[in-house]
Every structure is written in C-alpha cells, then in structure tokens.
Design a binder for this molecule. Structure first.
Ligand SMILES: [Zn+2]
Ligand SMILES: [Zn+2]
Ligand SMILES: [Zn+2]
Length: 88
C-alpha cells in the first residue's frame, strides 16, 4: 500500500513543458522506435518507457537524478517515482 503524498520526491516536480512533444528525445536522435512516452517532471525531457528498447525515461531519471515522470499517453495522467518504483 502506498500513499500519494508520502513520497519525498514530489518536491522535484516543476511546471514543465515537453521539450520534444513529438517523441522520445534520444529515440528521435537515434532513429529508434519507442512504445510509450514519459515526461520528466523536473526538466521536461521526453523519454520512452521500460517496455521500449531504449528505456530512455528511466535512464534519464537515474542519470540526472530526476525522480518523477508522468505518462504522456492520451487519457493517462498518472505519475511514477523512478526511485521508489511507485505511483505518486
Ligand atoms: Zn520517490
Ligand atoms: Zn527512447
Ligand atoms: Zn529530467
């Protein structure tokens, strides 16, 4: 059982706009496909999900210490903490 406001990483959330709203920043550069998109709520980086070959959203989160991502899929607005591996 997790509680929505118990995660300390929510303080990293900023008012961000997607830097590459058309797709995963790294995949666009590499020419590789992605499955789902995640938005970094610290800096606006757009990365692909862990079901994608590149897993660029998780890679970004751990490389830069930006813990919280939000789904960019239509109709989804859930947020996920990459450190604690739970919804926030
Ligand atoms: Zn957390
Ligand atoms: Zn990617
Ligand atoms: Zn970021």
């Amino acid at each position: 059982m997790t509680f929505a406001h118990a995660d300390p990483h929510v303080i990293a959330i900023r008012a961000v706009a997607p830097r590459t709203p058309q797709g995963c920043e790294e995949c666009l550069r590499l020419g590789t496909p992605w499955v789902h998109l995640r938005l970094c709520l610290s800096c606006g980086h757009v990365g692909c999900c862990d079901s994608s070959p590149g897993k660029h959203a998780s890679a970004h989160a751990h490389a830069l210490g930006h813990p919280i991502v939000q789904s960019m899929e239509p109709g989804e607005d859930w947020r996920w903490c990459c450190v604690d591996q739970n919804f926030v």
